[in-house]
Design a binder for this molecule. Structure first.
Ligand code: CP
Length: 314
């Protein structure tokens, strides 16, 4: 397991990849690598966070991120509390800040926050002493997803420097793409994003990615293909004619995978919409690393919890 990077990690909160230096990203990935072996032990538990309390505040649906944080916290011996918005006093009209301050009064060490509005974790981090981890804020950032994606790519390819990465799908509404473009560019990848014009934000190029509107142009010669879900819950109005037509133009099929490098890896943050953005035989095929991404999520979240808890809360 890990030896901390003494004095090198100073950050109390993890709010976005945009805030991180290349060295900070490397520290998280190195620490995560050392936590991976905990999952292979007969007793998957270490005492690292004994006596610490973590609160998981998910104001938006989640399967992977919420369960991954909870398992990571329990494997590190933290007292982990899950906060359900539907059974809380938020449903009686209590404000988000009052709810958070109420929880803060019980002195948790870490708050893990997912919210459908951008920058909510950032705003709360300024007002409360606990360490804050952004588990996804609207279409803004999802830093632990990008970190687990990077860990998976490094395991499969050895390094991110110089790789050609194609990210395809609903670029406008994806927090995963924002965090990933920032991280992959910081580590030296060449990133192309592709999707329909109706789902391509004006800022796509300013993130540092090449922009394509034909999927084939993006994935030709790629080392990594990352597919994204159509985020209907964030679209005010339908931007697509039909799922079938979308699959015809932007669905990842075996024929399209053949345009990429022979050793391409196929990624998806989940949840998958089979037959919409990805064919089932590709999602379940030999080049897919989708479940390895989920496994790596545990190691990344353990690493982040470990590093933040080594820094005094404010
Ligand atoms: N990738 C991801 O964030 O999945 P969940 O929405 O299930 O947490």
């Amino acid at each position: 397991m890990t030896e901390a990077h003494p004095g090198e990690w100073q950050r109390k909160d993890l709010l976005g990849i945009r805030d991180l230096s290349r060295r900070e990203i490397e520290i998280i990935l190195e620490t995560a690598e050392s936590f991976r072996e905990v999952a292979e032990r007969p007793i998957k538990k270490v005492p690292t966070l004994r006596g610490k309390t973590t609160v998981n505040l998910f104001f938006e649906a989640s399967t992977r991120t919420s369960s991954s944080f909870e398992i990571a916290e329990k494997r590190m011996s933290a007292d982990a509390i899950n906060f359900s918005t539907s059974s809380s006093s938020l449903s009686k009209g209590e404000s988000l800040l009052d709810t958070t301050r109420t929880l803060e009064s019980m002195a948790p060490d870490v708050l893990v926050i997912r919210h459908n509005h951008p920058m909510v974790p950032h705003a709360l981090a300024k007002r409360i002493a606990s360490r804050v981890i952004n588990a996804g804020d609207g279409a803004h950032e999802h830093p632990t997803q990008a970190l687990l994606d990077a860990l998976t790519i490094v395991q499969k390819k050895g390094s991110i420097e110089g790789l050609r990465v194609a990210i395809v799908g609903d670029i406008e509404h994806s927090r995963v793409v924002r965090s990933n473009v920032l991280l992959l560019r910081a580590l030296g990848a060449d990133v192309t994003v592709a999707g329909p014009r109706t789902l391509m934000p004006d800022e796509a190029e300013s993130l540092g990615a090449d922009v394509q509107y034909r999927m084939e142009s993006a994935i030709e010669g790629a080392d990594v293909i990352m597919m994204l879900r159509i985020q209907l819950e964030r679209q005010g109005r339908t931007r697509l004619p039909s799922n079938d037509e979308y699959f015809q133009l932007f669905g990842l099929t075996r024929e399209r995978v053949a345009l990429a490098k022979d050793d391409v890896i196929i990624m998806h943050p989940g949840p998958l919409n089979r037959g919409v953005e990805i064919a089932s035989d590709v999602a379940d095929g030999g080049s897919s690393v989708i479940l390895e991404q989920v496994t790596n999520g545990l190691a990344v979240r353990m690493a982040v919890l470990f590093l933040l808890c080594g820094v005094p809360a404010s």
